[in-house]
Ligand binder design. Structure first.
Ligand code: PMP
Ligand code: GLU
Length: 384
């Protein structure tokens, strides 16, 4: 397996910072907000109430109830408690799914760019990632024709995030319907719909593949509280899935980590029961920062910028710099470019290679306005 590129870059930036270098970290997708007070209070109450025993492997009944209510409220999806599994982050939900769904050699279609861990999780489960390349010109979305061409008798899963990490692209209901129409011809293929950025959406709103009646039994919805509630370190994710898949994930998790952290589960109940308007201030701030980062990037010649509709990343195409030498460093790949930014502008980003796109780099704007301004100023100075 490869090391997670996002975490590796964050570790490298931390290391340089500890050495006294003035690094601006735009590598990690981690909101810079504090966890809202009402969520912290629920956690403090859980500590004081002596919530300390091993929780059920698939999550407290009260939390599953809150998740079911959330799915109904936000997505008009109906689930039974047997269809819900709470995990240690959405990352564990994804790991559970590929471990239980894949036999050796099964193929998983990954529209590229995809979130960094998908391909290595698939490989860990002895599956084969099958990438569908896209470009910035189609806003990094696949077409139904591309999907159909990638399907083989070995295809088991299609896995994507919408809003997408790293591109920020959001599939509309009509676009998902066109993909679902292809999948209707292949009843043995399941969809993993990673919706962790659901609320960080600046466009027409969120739609889930599971909302189509003819896809509900074949779609596993993954979500979590890391992004919308700034609860990254509290490590709670969850899935809504066909009951047989949820049962298998429960079994898998019971042998690996057991139930997720008890206090964080209690806090998650408060997070999910709150009205979505309670986190709107963060979404509004991300929207402003997106505009800021795109405006500043547009002042730098040679970068080709996409128009992200959600999440908190931009994914500029930097391939026009390939073959050039800057500050004595030859730039042949996005990795070289990202390293150049780190070493010469002291700005940490992540190169697109590990997201399945060798022409781009990912810039996270889950950072303060001051950091974004300073980082882009340094990058502009270096490149112009
Ligand atoms: N899916 C996507 C698309 C992500 O960006 C992340 C990043 N954290 C995850 C899953 C995993 O999230 P969690 O913190 O819940 O493990
Ligand atoms: N999902 C975040 C990112 O893509 C966090 C890092 C990780 O979990 O890999 O930056």
């Amino acid at each position: 397996m490869a090391t997670s590129a996002t975490l590796a870059m964050a570790a490298k930036a931390r290391e340089l910072k500890n050495e006294g270098k003035d690094i601006i970290g735009l590598s990690l997708g981690e909101p810079d907000f504090n966890i809202p007070d009402f969520i912290k209070e629920a956690a403090i109450k859980a500590v004081n109430d002596n919530v300390h025993a091993y929780p059920p492997v698939d999550g407290y009944a009260e939390l599953k109830k809150a998740i079911i209510t959330k799915f109904k409220r936000d997505n008009n999806l109906t689930y039974e408690p047997t269809q819900i599994v709470v995990s240690t982050g959405a990352k564990q939900s994804l790991a559970n799914i590929v471990m239980v769904m894949l036999n050796q050699g099964d193929e998983v279609i990954l529209p590229a760019p995809y979130w960094v861990s998908y391909s290595d999780l698939v490989k860990l489960a002895e599956g084969v990632p099958v990438e569908i390349p896209t470009t910035i010109d189609t806003n990094f979305k696949i077409t139904p024709q591309q999907l159909e061409a990638a399907i083989t008798p070995k295809t088991k899963l299609v896995m994507y995030s919408s809003p997408c990490n790293p591109s920020g692209s959001v599939y509309s209901k009509a676009e998902l319907r066109a993909l679902a129409d292809v999948l209707q011809k292949y009843p043995n293929i399941y969809v993993v719909s990673d919706e962790i950025y659901e609320h960080i959406n600046f466009g027409e709103g969120h739609f889930s593949m599971a909302q189509f009646e003819d896809m509900y039994d074949r779609t596993i919805v993954v979500n979590g509280v890391s992004k919308a509630f700034a609860m990254t370190g509290w490590r709670i994710g969850y899935m809504g899935a066909p009951a047989w898949i949820a049962r298998a994930c429960n079994k898998m998790q019971g042998q690996i980590t057991s139930g997720a952290n008890a206090i964080a589960q209690m806090a998650t109940i408060a997070a999910l029961e709150a009205s979505v308007s309670s986190i709107q201030y963060m979404v509004d701030a991300f929207k402003e920062r997106r505009k800021l980062v795109l405006d500043l990037l547009s002042e730098i010649p040679g970068l080709k910028n996409n128009a992200p509709e959600g999440a908190f990343y931009v994914f500029p195409d930097v391939s026009s710099f390939f073959g050039k030498t800057i500050k004595g460093k030859k730039i042949n790949t996005a990795e070289d470019f990202s390293l150049l930014l780190l070493e010469e502008a002291l700005v940490a980003t992540v190169s697109g290679e590990s997201f399945g796109d060798p022409n781009c780099i990912r810039i996270s704007y889950a950072a303060s306005e001051g950091e974004i301004r300073e980082a882009l100023k340094r990058i502009k100075k270096l490149l112009t």
